[in-house]
Design a protein around this ligand. Sequence first.
Ligand code: SF4
Length: 124
Amino acid sequence: MKTAPQSIEIGDKKESDGVAEVGQGSRSRAPLGVIDGRGIMFAGHNGELYPAGFLPICCGRFPQDSVVDVYQNSPVFTALRNPELFKGRCGKCKFRTVCGGSRSRAYVLTGDFLAEEPDCDFPV
Ligand code: SF4
């Protein structure tokens, strides 16, 4: 799983219990909140612009379209940055603003990039 914020609670509990492990804890944790279309943009060899390399929804084409404009204003990109639009379990999950699940996996398996992450076991 690309993102697993539910593990944060486990890592924090281990730290508070004095059982922090190498590679765990807030200082070594990877930055949160970087997911498809939020901190990431993929440009294909032909200039097509996507929210991520594994999310095949073309949102524009460089150089005809401004990369900045596509990132900031494309309806797909703006929807991806709005966790309130996530559906199903991800839409109800307390981690939706820092995780949100894999939008690519949701799209591939359901056809809806805002659908719930199909491969998450976190008990929402
Ligand atoms: S339900 Fe969705 S937002 Fe919550 S942890 Fe799982 S993938 Fe992330």
